[in-house]
Design a binder for this molecule. Structure first.
Ligand code: FRU
Length: 490
């Protein structure tokens, strides 16, 4: 293991940059056996600054190799968030003998004191699998007169209409555009007025179809919209989703979208978007988020680097309480990296804790089935004075993570707290899956319907793990613990 992976608070199986600041995932695209993860990066500082696109590549979504910086600021501005696609049909005319990658991103130009910054959309292309990029000479390709906040284009190929679609954040709505060639864009529609949460500026949208309950004849479109931190709201930045229909120009929300629904009920899953161009035979919609929150992201106590991604997750839609509901599960590739540590069935808390007493795990996964209707869970990264509590409250029918005593938290008064998510009735309501790493807990319950992602900063010696339940006689129907190996290609 290299010195880098041993660094304080650097996740063992989460991607983080070797040095300095990172925020949003960008340009998520699969091409020729590689998952590309570009990211918002300030290579010269530990806070947001002159933004670049950093670059990492993985063949299995577990081990990530950081590559040289992909896109640097230029006379049009810094490089803000955006997406990437494979131009299979050479619609741009940039490619000769084989298809290549096109990045579509926001240029952010700061202007003299007193004048607002400008944001417009630009493109760049790569003929060598994302290793080097050429910015299009005609940039920017899309401008807007009336929005200061006009950013984070996510582009996909619309098979029905045979054209590209862009969804891009415009203040507190999203705008949809289409294009034959990624260069010339036509406005199609605007969505968001009077619906959803407007607790902050809208950012980093995404739009994609998913089969409901695996039925390919019943597809709905899912729109993700992240909303920026506003000091008036203690949650900071978070991501909402809508379900509905999309006809190639207009997104029409369904009934369920009248209520606000969050992708994640923790504090640290922001600006997440999905991978483009997965092979049809794979058929999955894969997602990754930035595991932080603008409320305190620039103050977290990591050393040498700041910011990491969530684990990659698969998104599906399942009917819960009569509504098509977003489901998130850790990608199956993570299973291959797991090393079994403990496997028990019909076991009491006492027996679990006897088995866990000598465990001092750094990075691990807990999978547990609770007796339906009982309140129970785990204390993880626990030491003399610290613990993070992750469990189910059967009375309130909620899943929760309590990080009030999780370790370092004095960098922001709103960091300590208890975060909960409602569990919908389902056969899986008693199933818990908890991914623990050096500075994070990601908890999935109800078969992926309720998700909480929270950063924590425990002392390294706070490494014990214990179960708890409301009543002494309560049993866990099953419990499996796995250790997770390093993600760094070292
Ligand atoms: C979201 C965001 C984007 C922007 C980027 C800048 O976290 O604010 O809207 O493009 O970060 O780094």
């Amino acid at each position: 293991m290299s010195a880098i992976t041993k660094q304080n608070y650097r996740g063992v199986y989460h991607f983080s940059p070797q040095q300095n600041w990172m925020n949003d995932p960008n340009g998520l695209v699969y091409f020729e056996g590689e998952y590309h993860l570009f990211f918002q990066h300030h290579p010269d500082g530990m806070t947001m600054g002159e933004m670049h696109w950093g670059h990492a590549v993985s063949r299995d979504l577990v081990a990530w190799e950081e590559m040289p910086i992909a896109l640097e600021p230029d006379e049009l501005g810094m490089i803000f968030s955006g997406s990437a696609v494979v131009d299979w049909k050479n619609t741009t005319g940039f490619f000769e003998d084989k298809p290549g990658l096109v990045a579509i991103f926001t240029h952010h130009l700061n202007r003299p004191e007193g004048e607002p910054p400008v944001q417009y959309q630009s493109i760049a292309y790569s003929k060598d699998n994302g290793r080097t990029w050429t910015k299009y000479a005609g940039n920017p390709v899309l401008e807007h007169d009336s929005f200061i906040d006009f950013r984070d284009p996510k582009v996909f190929w619309d098979k029905q209409q045979s054209r590209w679609v862009m969804i891009v954040a415009c203040g507190q709505t999203v705008c949809l555009y289409h294009s034959p060639d990624l260069i010339h864009w036509t406005f199609a529609s605007e969505f968001g007025a009077g619906i959803g949460s407007h607790d902050g500026v809208w950012e980093c949208p995404d739009l994609f179809p998913l089969a409901v309950d695996g039925d390919k004849d019943n597809t709905k479109w899912v729109m993700l919209v992240s909303i920026g931190a506003d000091p008036a709201f203690e949650e900071g930045s978070r991501t909402q989703y809508f379900t509905g229909d999309f006809d190639g120009a207009v997104f029409t929300p369904d009934e369920a979208s009248r209520s606000i629904r969050w992708v994640d009920y923790g504090r640290d899953n922001y600006a997440g978007v999905s991978w483009s161009d997965l092979p049809e035979e794979d058929g999955r919609r894969l997602f990754i988020g930035w595991m932080s929150n603008w409320m305190y992201a620039q103050q977290t106590p990591t050393e040498g680097f700041r910011g990491s991604m969530t684990i990659p997750r698969e998104l599906t839609l399942e009917t819960r309480n009569g509504e098509a509901t977003l489901i998130q599960k850790p990608v199956k590739e993570l299973e291959a990296a797991r090393i079994p540590v403990l496997s028990l069935t019909n076991v009491s808390v006492q027996e679990i804790n006897a088995a866990c007493a000598s465990l001092q795990l750094d990075a691990y996964v807990i999978e547990a089935k609770l007796t339906p209707g009982t309140s129970a869970g785990f204390r993880v990264k626990a030491g003399a004075k610290q613990q993070t509590v992750a469990g189910i409250n059967a009375q309130t029918e909620e899943l929760y993570i309590d990080r009030t005593a999780s370790g370092k938290s004095d960098f922001h008064e709103l960091f300590p707290g208890l975060h909960s998510a409602k569990l919908a009735a389902s056969d899986a309501a008693n199933e818990l899956c908890i991914y623990v790493d050096r500075s994070s807990v990601e908890m999935f319950a109800g078969g992926g319907q309720a998700v909480i992602t929270d950063l924590i900063f425990p002392e390294p010696e706070s490494a014990s793990l214990a179960a708890f339940a409301e009543h002494e006689e309560d049993v866990f129907l099953s419990l499996d613990i796995y250790e997770l190996a390093s993600s760094a290609a070292d």
